[in-house]
Design a protein around this ligand. Structure first.
Ligand code: AMP
Length: 403
């Protein structure tokens, strides 16, 4: 199948070519015809599959046929980073079709709020918003959503995890009942099914090979005690084999601490977390994209939606709190059919969590012995009952650390 088979308008096709997409990804092959057929859709697909273009392309095709005065499509996304990246894809794909969009997200100063407000009041074709900020604008009564024909919920599971359920329902109440609704989610827990039953009408369903990391990713693991991790990571970073590196840690305190330590060791790294101002985050991402900054350390906020080509190495400084987050983290490398390496550090307490990841992806991840000078790491015994830091909880996973 090729993009020609969708019979997109010439300007949209030009946009696809200018983005360098050669052929549709599996989710695009399946979702685009359904959306063009005006059906509601529930799609289980993770970031890295090309899911964003799978809904943007048919929406842009439909919107290009309508008049241009009102907002016709609303895309809701959990974080400002994801909202911005969706907006960038709209800009690229719709460049020749002349369709307008705006990303609306929280943070920033009053001027940004005012800019968002004015752009929406002037009438923009597509609004891409985080729920909280959109509610703030809706309450001010300036934006009108009564002509919205398409609603997309992107990373719906993450939006619910972040407590946006009531906001989503409030926003949806502003939309016409007669609309097309598309729900994308990396996972399908029952609360997502419940939401889907409430807001979708006879949806088609697509399931893109649940939670499998891209095949181009070389996955490796070190069994290591905490005191060995710093030497191990500095050795890897200084080996010079990796040009662009993302390091993940579950807690922002660990991110800050690790950043300080690595900088003391002479590594050119920066920390990315929720305490930074939006502008600081954007600057970091820009520097990272342009390769001025070779190493970024972040919490799982960074794993959602960061869209950078050519990340060569992902390091999980600890095991992520949720096995699905592992897929998200390592999905930042090997984007769209390239290759990359993902290395996970597993201490004795994280072994059980790590064993859940291996069952989720259905195979064993390659064990790499520690460099001899670091001594022996812990023996892998995930079944061993250890004193758990999450002892008081019933579920095997701790609640997500604050990002
Ligand atoms: P997503 O899953 O939407 O986050 O997309 C992952 C990455 O793949 C983004 O950088 C997209 O620009 C890129 N992408 C989307 N569709 C294609 C395609 N058909 N061919 C190549 N790259 C694509």
């Amino acid at each position: 199948m090729t993009f020609k088979d969708f019979n997109f308008d010439a300007q949209l096709f030009e946009g696809v070519q200018s983005m360098g997409y050669l052929k549709p990804t599996p989710i695009q092959e399946q979702a685009i015809p359904i959306i063009l057929d005006n059906k509601d859709l529930i799609a289980c697909a993770q970031t890295g599959t090309g899911k964003t273009a799978s809904y943007l392309l048919p929406l842009l095709q439909q919107i290009s046929k309508t008049d241009k005065v009102f907002t016709k499509a609303l895309v809701l996304a959990p974080t400002r980073e994801l909202a911005q990246q969706i907006d960038q894809q709209v800009e690229g794909l719709a460049y020749f079709a002349g369709i307008s969009s705006i990303a609306v997200y929280g943070g920033g100063d009053g001027m940004i709020y005012e800019q968002q407000r004015r752009a929406m009041a002037d009438g923009v074709d597509i609004i891409i918003a985080t729920p909280g900020r959109l509610i703030a604008h809706l309450s001010s009564g300036v934006i009108k959503l009564e002509h919205v024909q398409y609603l997309v919920l992107d990373e719906a599971d993450r939006m619910l995890d972040m407590g946006f359920y009531d906001d989503l329902i409030r926003i949806i109440n502003f939309l016409p009942a007669n609309r097309q609704t598309l729900l994308f989610s990396a996972t399908m827990p029952s609360k997502i099914r419940k939401l889907a039953n409430t807001i979708l009408k006879n949806p088609e369903q697509i399931n893109i090979a649940l939670s499998q990391p891209a095949i181009g990713i070389l996955q490796q693991v070190y069994m290591t005690f905490d005191h060995q991790k710093i030497k191990l990571i500095t050795g890897l970073l200084k080996s010079g084999d990796f040009k662009s590196v993302l390091i993940f840690a579950s807690r922002k305190e660990t991110v800050k601490e690790l950043n300080k330590t690595l900088r003391r060791e002479g590594v050119n790294a920066e920390a990315f977390h929720s305490d930074l101002e939006q502008e600081q985050r954007e600057t970091l991402l820009r520097q990272f994209k342009s390769r001025q900054l070779p190493v970024i350390i972040g919490t799982d906020v960074l794993s959602r939606g960061i869209d950078v080509e050519g990340i060569s190495l992902i390091i999980n400084f600890d095991v992520p709190p949720d096995p699905e987050d592992y897929i998200h983290r390592i999905g930042r490398t090997a984007r769209a059919e390239t290759t990359g390496t993902a290395i996970t550090f597993v201490n004795e307490r994280d072994q059980k969590k790590f064993s859940f990841i291996e069952s989720l992806i259905g195979r064993e991840i390659e064990r790499i012995p520690l460099p001899a000078e670091l001594g022996e790491g812990p023996v892998y015994q995930p079944e061993l009952k250890r004193k758990s830091p999450f002892k008081k909880r019933k579920q095997p996973w701790p609640k997500k650390a604050s990002a």
